[in-house]
Design a protein around this ligand. Sequence first.
Ligand code: FAD
Length: 430
Amino acid sequence: PPTEGRPDTIIVGGGIGGLSTAFALAREGLRVRVLERAKEFGEVGAGLQIAPNCTRILDEYGLLEEAKELGVVPENMVMRDALDSRELVRLDLGELERRYGFPYMVIHRSDLHGLFLRACREAGVDLVTDQTVVDYENLENTAGGARITLADGHTEEAPLVIAADGLRSVARQKLIGDDVVSSDYVAYRAAVPIDAVRDNGIAEKDVTVYVGPRCHFVQYALRGGDMFNQVAVFQSPKALAGQEDWGTPDELDAAFEGTCETVGKGIPLMWRDRWWQMMDRDPIDTWVHGRIVLLGDAAHPPLQYMAQGAIMAIEDGWVLARHVSRLRAEDAAPSAVDWDAALAAYEAVRVEHCRRVLTTARAWGELWHLDGPERLQRNAIMRGLDPAEYAFTDWVYGPTALFPDEEPPMFQPIPLASADIEQSETAVSD
Ligand code: FAD
């Protein structure tokens, strides 16, 4: 039933971060209220990759089987060069599942969002749409909680307010005041019936990433294999020239001229009425301000090259709920949480992990988009990688850390500068 009286937690934003956190806290017995700006709960866009560090959490929530039914568990993750289409590296996702105990899967965004929405309803989360939050403040006695103000002027209070309001977070603006960082790259998306692409030379059972000069192209099947997801990302010359209207469809076509046949055949299928200018923000150290806390993209919006944005948001909620559970006397009411300790523990572990993902995503993007001799060098190094060398993935796909000392050492980005150019030329001509 909807919360009567004051909730234990108000969550601003009903995206994947807000809803998954609402569910995680409701499972701990807390009364949770979600306020969403849109008229209806929903997600725009197409596919999401969900790595083992997230399917592990879905499993704990009892949602993994349904997620798998709605999505696809691909066989391999393959990286290819977008110009000559040669394979650079192949990760056997069956092996990956054996290593981490949980699958690497892909799912339609709206299916994952819908899964959390249903779970929240069943858990009694109070879900309210058409609510735009315009201001946040801690109560004078911070231990009493925080207050939010909505666009219609009314206010609400709770012991904890979680801002899960995305890249353009109002809370982030008020508490930190930093700007988004434009990458000058733009993403086009499309989810099409599988029959529309069967003759395009696609690998239906794989996640394939074609990396090319200033562009890349991602493909994988969705919805039990009935649909095919494509993402085309490229650097916009208009953005570099400082023009406002950047990333337009004419730029899409020009960016992918000269790419291999499979990519070339995919480009005309991209949705052309909507595109996503790729932005992130610099990592920040402080997500907790009294009883107002940032979560998901509001705290750590990444460039999407690690495919960990939604996952980090889901991990945030899981970590917070675990600390809530730990920092509550067993015989006390569910709401008797030591919030200061729980929030400190959340911040202590999540800030550093997400900083690593954000900075690696930026570096990874640069590596994908190389041109000329550096592209050839990269290709040679990639072909020489041992996919069974899990140092690449342990730090991100392993179990989500609850405490800083559980965080595995970070994989060092590929030392491109020290690569042997002769070796790369040999490898390219083989
Ligand atoms: P959002 O999804 O932005 O949700 C914020 C919510 O808050 C929205 O519902 C919004 O309406 C609401 N809101 C905003 N302001 C207010 C307000 N003032 N008052 C009330 N409500 C408000 N991640 C992955 O894990 N895997 C992937 O494969 C992947 N691929 C991606 C591909 C692309 C092209 C892009 C762009 C992103 C990708 N991501 C991926 C990242 C992922 O989409 C985001 O990190 C994730 O959706 C963030 O979720 P969130 O709930 O924090 O924010």
